[in-house]
Write a protein that binds this ligand. Sequence first.
Ligand code: FAD
Length: 446
Amino acid sequence: DTVIVLFSRDLRVHDHPALAAACERARHVIPLFVADPAIPSGNRGGFLVECLADLRGSLRERGGELVVRHGDSVAETMRLAEETRAQAVYAGLDVSTFARRRQRRLAEECERLRMDFLVFPGLTVVPPDALRPTGGGDHYRVFTPYLRAWVRQPRREVLKAPGAVHVPGGLRAGKLPEPGREPYELFRGGETVGRRRMEQWLRHCVDDYAEGHDDMAGNRTSRLSPYLRFGCVSPLELEALARDVGDAGAARDVGEIEEEGEGRRGADEFVRQLCWRDFFYQVTRAFPRINRDDYRPRGHEWRDDDHAAQAWKEGMTGVPIVDAGMRQLLTEGWMHNRARLIVGSFLVRRLGVDWRVGADHFFDLLLDGDVANNYGNWQWVAGTGNDTRPNRLVNHIRQAKRYDPDGEYVRRHVPELDAVPTRRIHEPWRLPSGVPGYPAPLVPMG
Ligand code: FAD
């Protein structure tokens, strides 16, 4: 028999539960990707095409093929199913509104044609619907209790890549989509690059992560987020390997991962970040409108200020640490996490602009932009989500001095400030004559 494996944001052959199950069950397997115009890939287009080319290469090495179709993903999948008389469609679980609607439609169509439709895990370390708070409710609203349950949850087995993939004869492979934009220099797409990055990170860098991850100039985080976004790297495999790093070992006391503070091991801190990722997926599963609904405090109005929002987007607010972050986003398609926190809170708290203006801009530009993590983090920064602390305040200048003490991050991304002495690099407005070509701050900075 024949099974169609519908790929979307799981562009890998290793630890791919749907692909592994299809290869085990069926004589013929059709790996399918549908380029659906309803999902504009925007800035991520170049990266996506590289991921697809790499996946196609890996499948061909195994005697298979990546079949690519263009159009509505449900209609194209069902058309192929009828053409090939497939018995089943397998897909990966996803939680966004769009993905769920597609899943529902696929389920209905498969039922109509008396085909199986099965959904597999793989998007997260722990499936988004696996953990329920003991005190009631269908999901965790606060991170720490979620983390506590998450570390104790048994994991499924990490799966090997299938040895061979047998596609039926006579299938047209189909052209890869157009990239839309050139890939970014720092991030080349695909499982091959992603796995290499994962292995190097775990071998050489993760030990330093607890001390280094907030060093904005230091490039001391994994930069694996775009690979996780497109599923080039399996989060479950990444977590398993991180837990095995050094003397960590799987049998370690879970308390060490839960506790925050000095001396925590790099791999533990890193695993904790992967839990944040899972956390926002389980919130999004429960609140699919995470990218729109705004639970701002009663009486609070956002300021309608296009001029301020535009200056923020262009990295021209006159606040160096904010501008550096925003320009890193424009040039790299990625931004350091500390910078995301600073620029986000600056937009919302200092400029008073609606967090959704910032979140939509991030979503358009970030290579790792995805609904759950982008909008979940924005809600967290703005204090508008279902988290319980609406007044999380950030002192932008103190943060800048702490996490970019020499101003290296600022100088790299805001070259106009290159000659400013380190003492004033984060507060150029204190210089008697300002800096030619660089704006005064949009809001008084004290
Ligand atoms: P590392 O520090 O190496 O962490 C490893 C992995 O853990 C990351 O790749 C990521 O998958 C996960 N992770 C780390 N921090 C977080 C976090 N706070 N929330 C969720 N997952 C996390 N991350 C996205 O993947 N997509 C987004 O669209 C996104 N938007 C964000 C918007 C704002 C306003 C903020 C404050 C954070 C956002 N993040 C987002 C989270 C975080 O900034 C990035 O995941 C991280 O900077 C990616 O770099 P890295 O891979 O080097 O991370």
